[in-house]
Design a binder for this molecule. Structure first.
Ligand SMILES: C[S@@+](CC[C@H](N)C(=O)[O-])C[C@H]1O[C@@H](n2cnc3c(N)ncnc32)[C@H](O)[C@@H]1O
Length: 281
């Protein structure tokens, strides 16, 4: 079993618990869409200048896609710690690290907002496509800057306007046609806009951030491969609909995307934000 941070025993609020359930349920199929995260994990490693011998924290590591990219870069002289609130994600990540032969990586079940990690402990802290999901993104970003060394780098990616546009449009259309009312209660906005990102940086007293952008359109030749990626990535969207309607919505979404989207595309579009430790006081 994966080890847990001491503080994860703390009670999470109901919204956070419901988000935890969505991710725990998504864990087994998550790697079916791994190739859509991989280029962004590589990009984040470049933005943070990860290299031999560094110590890296991967926040909300999921099944360890970014942690393993980091492990390759820091080599056996370095170390990587991946944390995630989903025990199943952490378990899968641990098995993958073992199979890949990376003893320099370990994984912990731990919430991003409150970790048991020491202050000033890491050369770099990375967080790929996750900060926008946290119940309390301010506390999470403060925690990320607390544990980075004074000269270290904190880097994170979040979805930008075009991200998953095909899937989101198909979801909205299916809900409209089936007369399903969706709820965003307890859910974060699907995509943080630039104003929201700058507000967050300001709240955390981060003044040295650079923001860049990357877009990648994945095209699939085989409908089966495309469907697999869509299924792996639609869980969070579907959780906005009532549970008893999700099956028919996903069926309608898949049928529409396979029929209307001739090039079978999935668009990933992200902002990448890099900065140092936040100002104190
Ligand atoms: C989009 S996925 C992970 C992406 C992963 N970073 C990658 O590169 O593949 C989001 C992850 O955030 C985790 N998560 C959500 N809220 C969290 C929180 N408050 N603390 C830690 N992990 C969280 C979920 O369990 C899930 O594994």
């Amino acid at each position: 079993m994966p080890s847990a941070c001491e503080q994860t025993g703390r009670k999470r609020n109901p919204d956070a618990q419901s988000s935890d359930r969505v991710w725990e349920a998504a864990a087994n199929g998550y790697d079916r869409a791994a190739e859509t995260f991989q280029p962004f994990a590589e990009w984040l490693a470049e933005l943070c200048l990860l290299r031999e011998g560094m110590s890296v924290l991967d926040v909300a590591c999921g099944t360890g896609i970014s942690s393993l990219v980091a492990a390759r870069r820091v080599g056996r002289q370095g170390q990587v710690v991946g944390i995630d609130s989903s025990p199943r994600m952490v378990e899968i990540a641990g098995k993958k690290a073992l199979t890949a032969g990376y003893p320099q990586v370990r994984f912990l079940v731990c919430s991003a907002e409150s970790t048991c990690l020491a202050e000033d402990a890491f050369d770099a802290v990375i967080c790929n496509f996750s900060l926008h999901l946290f119940h309390d993104e301010t506390s999470a970003l403060q925690e990320m800057t607390r544990v980075v060394k004074p000269a270290g780098k904190v880097g994170w990616t979040v979805p930008a306007p075009d991200h998953a546009q095909e899937m989101i449009a198909a979801f909205a259309r299916a809900c409209r046609e089936l007369r399903v009312t969706t709820s965003s209660e307890g859910h974060k906005p699907l995509k943080p806009d630039l104003a929201r990102i700058h507000e967050l940086l300001e709240r955390c007293r981060i003044r040295d951030a650079t923001v860049s952008e990357r877009r990648h359109v994945f095209c699939y030749e085989k409908p089966e491969a495309y469907e697999q990626v869509l299924r792996a990535r639609m869980g969070r969207l579907l959780s906005r609909a009532p549970e008893d309607r999700r099956a028919e919505i996903s069926q309608r979404m898949l049928a529409a995307l396979l029929k209307d989207n001739e090039r079978l595309t999935f668009t990933c579009h992200a902002y990448g934000i890099v900065h140092g430790k936040s100002l104190r006081g």
